[in-house]
Design a protein around this ligand. Sequence first.
Ligand code: ZN
Length: 133
Amino acid sequence: MKPTHIEHLGIAVKSLEESIPYYENLLGTKCYSVEEVKDQRVKTAFFLVGQTKIELLESTDPEGPIGKFLEKKGEGIHHLAFAVDNASDALAEAESKGLTLIDKVSRKGAEGMNIGFLHPKSTHGVLIEFCSK
Ligand code: ZN
């Protein structure tokens, strides 16, 4: 299950209200979608750069994954998401290769995508996500 491209880069921010105008200025493009993902306790904002997206993540709960990340590390790159044909298959294959998973099967993420994470313990410190339509 070879990734086809980098689907998006997830960036943890304190405030979408402050960071959206910054990225609109930087990229010269408008944020095309703001969506709350209750399951992950985040509000997301998306920008398109070529075929890769930038996903800004604002925490809606200090105890959620982005809330904890912000407290520990501050704002910055949170995860890297690879596009694959089938996220559940990609997770199973990664596990069979000895990689540690956070998600055994994919779940629904922003934009209705099927997503699943590998554990940063086995990915040299980078939180990696598989993402499929
Ligand atoms: Zn993501």
